[in-house]
Design a protein around this ligand. Sequence first.
Ligand SMILES: [Zn+2]
Length: 306
Amino acid sequence: MTVFITHPSCLQHEMGPGHPESPERLGAINDALAASGLEPHLARFEAPAATVEQIARVHDRRYVEAIEAASPSSGLRYLDPDTALNPHSVDAARHAAGGVVHAVDLVCGGDYRNAFCAVRPPGHHAESGRAMGFCIFNSIAVGAAHALAVHGLSRVAIADFDVHHGNGTEEMFSDEPRVLMVSTFQYPLYPMSGIDNPARNMVNIPLSAGSGSVAFRDAVRESWLPALEAHEPELILISAGFDAHRDDPLAGLALTEDDYAWVTRELMAVAARHASGRIVSSLEGGYALSALGHSVAAHVRELAGA
Ligand SMILES: [Zn+2]
């Protein structure tokens, strides 16, 4: 059984025709889960809106207020060339972050072992004071900070397998020794970060274009797993982007559904040893709709133990 969290507002945020970060992504995930037979293994919850206090643990309070103030009454307001607000976007971003907070509460409360948040906008590019790369509030970072502040955890880990480097998460937690971040990403590729003297708690593994299962699994085995074992996280959060899939139109790695199932099992094994199995995963990228749906189903199937 795994917790599955989403919110209707996440379907109403949209950034114009043809934008790859579209509401159809959540539709593709729903379709794939419906076809997968996993429904009996899901405990569904609706995401509450994160409070300003929760978001402001990782974002500047003035940034949060500026985003709220920038919400348009109609049309689109651009925050960067790739990232825009429609009238529902701020609500969606608050529920996306709130979904991860709620997942942390449920998993740390002990009734459930793990959770997946099918929410958008994604979050890992959002910095403490800046929206970018389709991201407004950094949901996984909000969840990590919540686990530390409210549940009394002293060590958490964030695993980020999105094809893009999670620059926002890195900016928020560099030199925060309670947080270990392990990531793989295509380099060079947007946002061109992650390779210049990362902090000691950042395990950043760049992969060159064309890399597939072997390079990814080697990086996880040789770099992520030893760092995770040494950190002994009491909770593992996953920035679950599926845009390293070979079908994805925005990047050039060559992962498959099997790789996502494999890395999920590896992270579950670490969580079983150190975190009573606790994992909170949240959707980041993934823009090939069919591949996204199948990849999420593979990830959730492992989480659910189905
Ligand atoms: Zn991405």
